[in-house]
Design a protein around this ligand. Structure first.
Ligand code: A2P
Length: 280
C-alpha cells in the first residue's frame, strides 16, 4: 500500500488525511490538530465553513514541521461562489491559515439545479477562479467536493483544467458507486469524507466480525477497505489513541471476499446531505 496517491497533475498527496470538520476554533482545537501532526498526519483537511482555519494555521505554525512536508486542503464555501468572491474567499483562507500557498483548494458544494436556474454558469465561474489560483501558483492542485456526475459533466464542458479531486461522503453503507466510477474514468481522485459514517457504522456486525478476524479496530477495517479501492480517507478524531490507530493501516490486507462483504453492506450511516437536496 503506497503512502501517497499521485494526482492527475503529478502532485503527490498523503494517502490518509486528518479531517477537521466539527473541531471548533480555539485553544483546544490548536492542541488537537497539533497532536494529530505529532501523531504523524501530514495531510490536513479543513474548510472556510468549518470556522477552524485559524486553529489549523496556529497548529501548523507551532508544529516544527517544514511546511513542504505538510499537505493542506481548504474549500470555498457556498456563499462565496462566483469568480471574484472565490478569489476573495481564497485570500481570507490563506490569511486565516497563515500560509502563502495551499496544496489543494476545493469547491465545497456545487450550485445545484434545485436551487439555481443558472447553476452551470455559477460553477463554471467559480472554477475559472480556481484555475487562476492554480496558474498563479497559489495552490498546487484544485478540485471539487460533493459533485455528482451531472455537476462534473457540466463543469468539464467549460473547464480548462480537470479537477484533481472530488471529495464525497463515502463509507461502508454509502458508496455512491456511480459517482466513484465516473471520477475514475476521468482520472479524478476520490476522497472520502466521513469515512467512518461519523462513527455510526462501526458497530455493524460485518465490520465488528472482520475487526475480530484481522485483530484490528472496526475503524481500521473501514479505512483499509476505502484505501484498497484507491480512495483517500479523511477520518476525524479528537481522541489521540484513535488518531493513532486510524493512521496505522499497513501490515494487513483485506481479502477479496472480505472487501466484497464490506461492499455488500446495505444503506446505513449516511448523513443525508446530498447536493441535490441540501438547502445551503
Ligand atoms: P472522536 O472524535 O470523539 O474520537 P467520521 O470521520 O466518519 O466523520 O467519524 C468521526 C466520528 O467517529 C467522531 O465522532 C469520532 O469520535 C469517531 N471516531 C473516529 N475514529 C474512531 C475510532 N477509531 N473508533 C471509534 N470511533 C471513532
Amino acid at each position: 500500500m503506497d503512502t501517497h496517491f499521485t494526482l492527475n497533475n503529478g502532485v503527490t498527496i498523503p494517502a490518509i488525511g486528518y479531517g477537521t470538520w466539527q473541531i471548533e476554533n480555539g485553544p483546544a482545537a490548536i492542541e488537537t490538530i497539533a497532536e494529530a501532526i505529532r501523531t504523524g498526519y501530514r495531510h490536513i483537511d479543513t474548510a472556510a465553513c468549518y470556522g477552524n482555519e485559524k486553529s489549523v494555521g496556529a497548529a501548523i505554525a507551532s508544529c516544527g514541521i517544514d511546511r513542504r512536508q505538510l499537505f493542506v486542503t481548504s474549500k470555498v464555501w457556498n456563499t462565496e461562489r462566483g469568480y471574484d468572491s472565490t478569489l476573495r474567499a481564497f485570500d481570507r483562507s490563506l490569511n486565516d491559515l497563515g500560509l502563502n500557498y495551499l496544496d489543494l483548494y476545493l469547491i465545497h458544494w456545487p450550485a445545484s439545479p434545485h436551487r439555481f436556474s443558472d447553476w452551470q454558469q455559477i460553477n463554471a465561474s467559480t472554477w475559472r477562479a480556481m484555475e487562476r489560483l492554480l496558474r498563479n501558483g497559489l495552490v498546487r492542485a484544485i478540485g471539487v467536493s460533493n459533485f455528482m456526475p451531472q455537476h462534473l459533466a457540466a463543469l468539464l464542458s467549460t473547464a480548462a483544467v480537470t479537477p484533481a479531486v472530488n471529495q464525497i461522503e463515502f463509507h461502508p453503507g454509502y458508496r455512491q458507486a456511480e459517482c466513484v466510477a465516473y471520477c475514475r474514468e476521468l482520472g479524478i481522485l476520490v476522497e472520502a469524507w466521513s469515512p467512518l459514517g461519523r462513527g455510526k457504522v462501526l458497530e455493524h456486525e460485518t465490520i465488528a466480525a472482520l475487526a475480530r478476524h484481522y485483530s484490528k479496530t472496526p475503524a481500521q477495517i473501514c479505512l483499509r477497505w476505502i484505501l484498497q479501492q484507491g480512495i483517500l480517507p479523511l477520518p476525524k478524531s479528537v481522541t489521540p489513541s484513535r488518531m493513532k490507530t486510524n493512521l496505522d493501516l499497513t501490515g494487513f490486507e483485506l481479502s477479496a471476499e472480505d472487501m466484497q462483504r464490506l461492499t455488500a453492506i446495505s444503506y446505513c450511516g449516511a448523513s443525508g446531505l446530498h447536493p441535490d437536496s441540501v438547502d445551503f
